[in-house]
Design a protein around this ligand. Structure first.
Ligand code: ADP
Length: 418
């Protein structure tokens, strides 16, 4: 038998086949159902979902045949994928392409073959759904229609696998990029700390050494240097905090969320007192989470509620918790300046600020840290807001008892939790 020629799209076809990540995978009901139905409807002893690999045809599903694969050069399917229409061989002993094929002259003694190509959405034929008989015969029009319909189902399954495979790959690439970015942020901010500290301390020394000897203009310039270095130090510290919130090992335990709030309020007590803000804390449940990250989350959210208070009224801040369909939604609500609707998604991105430094001090990293903390708890964070009236930052926590056990176990075997 002359081996089938390679299809003109062979390289792209093979890429598509590999993207399906299906070769050498265990049998699956969804494909086995199709071959069984095909054999029953076409009244043949054998039906296959055959995928044409580099040098073999491999059977994802084989009804009525033991062999898991055969060489590509003897594969009827390698011929079938060359055509746009089903390949029908009524009697293999009379077809020049198959008359001396080992599968015809020897077991399983193929006589009849009908194969419908399995095509991807972009047209690459990866293999066939075929039916095989050991006596010469034909298919009725109805049987060929049924076989074609089943082949479409098999093609859809392959296409789904291919898309899922690509998504998995893209996900893995994104995670890798994120890890590299985190690494870069960590290293860059860590390495910047040392020269910055020097800049700050030598500027202070310089001021001490020459205090009073400098003309006012030069004193002002020195102040600018100290001020800029201070801001940069804050930025570097915030960047480090952002990187730590994604890298540090999660310590997931059952914890009273109220304790996180109290720790956060203690850290902010001076600002709360001096601003005259009023804070109400609703009863909060026990949750599974990382105390450090959740405390930092509340500290950032309440800190922002104090910072972005409305100029005409003292801040009124409510730490909220409500149950909806059995799930908790937590929040920090304020009566501050609010956020325009078009920015409510953007404010969680690193460095996104809605005001200039002259209006409000900040680095634009606080909410990015909050989002990272919540993502690590497999929850969601968002804000509902009305400009001039106030904002309600809300979040869910997705970790539960089983998950925290699993994390604890994985932490025992790894230095950090993924
Ligand atoms: P920063 O406060 O350092 O600028 P954040 O990441 O904490 O950075 O916040 C990002 C932006 O979101 C802020 O610059 C501000 O414009 C807006 N924002 C955050 N919290 C509030 C709030 N409670 N009310 C109004 N605007 C807010």
């Amino acid at each position: 038998m002359p081996a089938a020629a390679l299809p003109p799209d062979e390289a792209a076809r093979m890429t598509a086949l590999l993207q399906c990540r299906i070769l050498d995978t265990p049998p699956e009901r969804s494909f086995d159902d199709l071959t069984q139905l095909a054999a029953r409807l076409c009244e043949t002893p054998i039906s296959l979902v055959s995928l044409v690999d580099d040098d073999r045809q491999w059977f994802k599903s084989a009804c009525g045949l033991e062999a898991p694969q055969t060489p590509r050069e003897s594969a009827f399917c390698a011929h079938a994928i060359l055509g746009d229409t089903p390949l029908i061989v009524p009697d293999a002993t009379r077809d020049p392409r198959t008359v001396d094929n080992g599968l015809v002259t020897g077991p399983p003694h193929i006589r009849f073959y009908a194969g419908v190509p399995l095509r991807t959405a972009d047209g690459h034929a990866l293999g066939t759904l075929c039916v095989i008989d050991t006596t010469p015969r034909e298919l009725t029009t109805r049987q060929l229609e049924d076989l074609t319909a089943l082949a479409h189902q098999a093609s859809s399954q392959l296409e789904l696998r291919r898309k899922a495979g690509r998504l998995t790959q893209i996900n893995a690439e994104l995670s890798q990029l994120n890890r590299e970015l985190d690494e870069f942020t960590h290293i860059a901010s860590h390495d910047l700390q040392e020269p910055l500290r020097k800049l700050m301390s030598f500027s202070a020394l310089l001021r001490q050494d020459i205090d009073g000897d400098l003309p006012p203009r030069a004193t002002q310039d020195l102040d600018f240097i100290v001020d800029a270095a201070g801001r940069m130090q804050k930025l570097v510290n915030d960047l480090l905090a952002l990187s730590r919130s994604g890298r540090s090992a999660l310590q997931v335990n059952p914890l009273e969320l109220g304790d996180c709030v109290q720790d956060a309020l203690a850290a902010l007590s001076e600002r709360v007192r001096s601003s005259g803000a009023r804070i109400h804390v609703e009863p909060l449940p026990t949750v599974f989470g990382d105390r450090t990250l959740l405390t930092q989350l509340y500290q950032n959210l309440v800190g922002n509620a104090l910072k972005y208070a409305h100029p005409d009224r003292p801040a009124e801040i409510r730490i909220t918790a409500e149950q909806r369909s059995g799930a908790w939604i937590f929040g920090v609500r304020d009566n501050g300046i609010g956020i325009p609707a078009e920015y409510t998604d953007q404010v969680f991105a690193p460095f996104k600020r809605l005001h200039g430094r002259s209006e409000y001090d900040g680095t634009g990293i606080g909410l990015a840290i909050c989002r990272k903390a919540i993502e690590r708890h497999e929850g969601r964070i968002w804000v509902e807001s009305e400009p001039g009236t106030g904002s309600h930052f809300r979040f869910t926590l997705g970790l539960h008892r089983d998950h925290s056990e699993c994390l604890r176990n994985s932490l025992q075997s790894q230095p950090s939790c993924p």
